[in-house]
Design a protein around this ligand. Sequence first.
Ligand code: PLP
Length: 715
Amino acid sequence: MALKKVSEKQIDQAIQDLHELAYNLWHSWNPAAQRIFQELSPFFWEDTNHNSVEVMNWISGPELKGRLQNPDFFTRVAAVCKSYRDYMKPKGTWADKHATALKHAPVAYFSAEFGLHESLRIYSGGLGILAGDHAKSASDLGLPLYGISIFYRQGYFRQQTSNEGWQQEFYPTFDPARLPLRPVNDKKGNRIICSVPIGNTNVDFQAWAVGVGRVTLFLLDTNLPQNSQFYRDLSAHVYGGDQVNRIGQEILLGIGGVRLMRKLGINPSIFHMNEGHSAFLTLELLREQLQAKKPLVEAQAFVKKHCVFTTHTPVPAGHDKFDRGLMEAHLGPFASSMGMSIDDMMAYGRVHQESPGEGFTMTVLALKMCRVANGVSELHGRVSQEMWKDLYPDIQVSKVPIGAVTNGVHITGWTSPTASQFWSTQLGPKWIEKFRDGKYWKETLESKKLSDAELWGLRTALRRELVEFARRRLREQNLRHNTNDVAMYDNILSPDVFTIGFARRFATYKRAPLLFRDLGWAIKVLTDKEKPVQIIFAGKAHPRDDAGKHFIQEIINITKRVDLFGRVVFVEDYDINVAKYLVSGADVWLNTPRRPMEACGTSGMKVMMHGGLNLSTMDGWWREAYDGENGWKIGEDTTASSDQLQDDLDAASLRAVLENQVIPLFYDRGKDGIPHNWLKRVRHAMASLVPVFNTDRMVVDYTQKMYLPEGSKRK
Ligand SMILES: *Cc1c(COP(=O)(O)O)cnc(C)c1O
């Protein structure tokens, strides 16, 4: 079929649309849109970690015009832009039907980090990814929601490792003009400036807007010339600083976030605190009420009615706590401005009101000032009830008002382009609307229409993509280390070998080296001639977590052993892009947190759409998800009397399950070379997990349990 000639006017429109599209991360969950930017400049697309704005910046007007003269390319651009425009003007979304009460009373979702896309490095780990996926699903569901976070000019650190395997951190500075950010201006086009009180200083901040489909995320930024250098740097790093930096950032996020909403005329009915970092927002809301001459009791009730809180941390040490001196220095004048002494204010963050030595805990503030609170899995909900029971001395632990909403992942955002193409071909483009439908998935996955051969075809394609990605990255890493023969990295790993993925923050409770506790066993199993195994690791340790860095070093030392060379690799600089390759290519996703430290965990959910299987301790989401046949468990659903004992038991269980069940099943092949019994498990895993552990289900849960006003209709 001959394509029609493209008119000048159509081209101008397409150029305008492409510029618009570059600034909306909607493209991060739409492979056809990604392909457009990739095609425009394959080099800059790779080189900038898939940054659409950079690609557009690097292409001249005349070139873009020329490229669009190609009718084939133009047709695809026009189709993508049309689906974007249709998406942005929705009719009949889920929220239109089921959350009408929020239509003119949106949710303001506060999170210290947002993991939306690999080009926007303002996240450190799971908390941020969850916030990003929450925003994407809110957009898909048509839920009126604004995100509030911080523009970290240097983000979280970039990771390299030294020749000795020790983590090195470095911090490139971002230029906002080269990111999918737009300045937040008033109607006249002037930059909006707000301020927050930190001690006796009024610190000014500006804001940037990020389009996340229909949702807007606002990023607060103190890097303004009128601030002292000290305060310009306040928002430089994600969790980078000391206590002084931390409290300043949290004042910016909580108090500043509310002030920005007011300045913009946005009137949220719900303030959702994703973790305690933003809990100072409750004090700002309280101040507003007191300023409007409400009596304290009423003012508090008002704040409580509009705030909801999600806790994420199952250990006391993980909760921000500020001592009285620090609080007085930073919030003393703010307390006075609302007619409070610093001790009055301290009481809001203390478990025991009258204990003068007790610090101010952000989680306590959030719990005292919210309408409902939740943990992020059923077990974590219970652990949180136990942790905070002293706040509710008059009730039983099981009645402590902390519920549970189990996390999910944003399915289309985490489905690789290859897998997405596969499902579209198999099921039609409708699969995107259907993954929440358990019956549909079950029937689809049990139907003969989807053959084992095709499913295996997907697995082998994805495994090769991962192996080649790892080879490329290992080659680059080792060029830096002046390795003489980097060509040998072209042949490490194998697309035919059973592949385990392990990638996450290198917090010690996640126990990355667990598999190597019996090194002799590991060498024997990994290098087996008939049934070999390979493992790809990635992950960052927090800059001040030396124990975590030792774990990285231990893994890197293993990757350098002659007897394991090319079988175990460590890919540096874990981020969303690395995660995407790993979760799609791995046959098994290994997860070894020490129970019950993993509040939920989400990386294992990302393998579902790619035909990967989970092998995990019975912690977080997995103890809810595991049904005996949709993956494997390590150890039991119990906690041992000591960490040492727990580690021994779990390591032994991991070895046994791998050696006796997982590996033999993978290599159990039919005459056609296909592991039919393995694929049976894969089908069952997809059917049972996809409809539940996704953020559409999660955001619906949040809307029904936490966002909708009491008494409004709940379906
Ligand atoms: C999914 C993800 C995480 C969170 O994974 P967990 O399993 O919860 O540890 C962290 N970092 C990145 C880059 C991710 O993609």
